[in-house]
Design a protein around this ligand. Structure first.
Ligand code: SF4
Length: 238
């Protein structure tokens, strides 16, 4: 078993070095740049907490706060890109995103990615691309439809998948978050495998469910960080 794990690690290291090199680059995540209007909000999200202090962690930044955050990042030479993290709105928030991006572009020409819920129209995706957005991320925490709908009753799995396909068709690299702790271990693997259907995946993040106080899932058992790390070693996921 140990020998097999070492072989997976060596293979994964080889792929990493070949595809990404050995340099480490830092990305600053700035959130929330747009409001989340899902109703109801996701059961694990701080927005659904009954505790005001926790809910406020997901408040939308004012224009001044956004510009100040971007300026702070700009000063740090080790940070080479920004990910603008926004909320979700089934009706879309294309105009808001374009507005946010313009405000960022007034300050810096740094590499920018956008991480939001769906949808974004093809026209807006084209505008974002022209403004230099280098990737679109949308969290599809699990491809298990039942588990997705249970955790995210106000969200749409189909719209999130469509957003990644639309961005990909527009020639924009894509990425997503998978959450360990939603669905089974097999679902995590299927969720990783699902990304093979996209031609340019820039980012795949495996997060680990951790209950937040005051949310509907505050008493749910936390997922194990070791299990999340373990998914990186599973056959077929390297
Ligand atoms: S889409 Fe994101 S921000 Fe909105 S409720 Fe769900 S986890 Fe929270």
């Amino acid at each position: 078993m140990e020998g097999r794990e070492r072989a997976y690690e060596e293979e994964a290291s080889e792929i990493r070095d070949r595809e990404l090199g050995r340099g480490i680059y830092l990305t600053a995540h700035i959130h929330m740049v747009t409001p989340c209007r899902l109703s109801p909000p996701c059961k694990y999200c701080s927005i659904s907490s009954s505790i005001l202090r926790i809910r406020r962690l997901r408040e939308t930044l004012t224009d001044e706060e956004l510009v100040k955050s971007v300026k702070r990042v700009e000063k740090k030479r080790e940070i080479t890109s920004i990910t603008l993290v926004g909320g979700s709105d089934i009706k879309g928030q294309g105009d808001l995103l374009i507005d946010v991006l313009k405000k960022v572009r007034n300050v810096t020409d740094i590499d920018v990615s956008i991480d939001v819920g769906a949808p974004i129209s093809i026209e807006t995706l084209q505008i974002l691309k022209e403004e230099g957005v280098t990737a679109i991320y949308s969290s599809i925490e699990t491809v298990n439809r039942h588990a997705f709908n249970d955790a995210k009753p106000g969200d749409s799995l189909d719209l999130r998948i469509k957003l990644l396909h639309d961005a990909s068709s527009a020639g924009i690299p894509v990425g997503r978050v998978i959450m360990d702790g939603l669905g089974s271990e097999l679902d995590v693997m299927k969720s990783i495998d699902f990304m093979q259907g996209f031609r340019d995946v820039k980012y795949l993040y495996i997060s680990t469910f951790n209950p937040v106080k005051g949310t509907p899932w505050e008493n749910r058992k936390a997922a194990s960080i070791n299990d999340s790390l373990g998914t990186l070693h599973m056959p077929g996921t390297s």
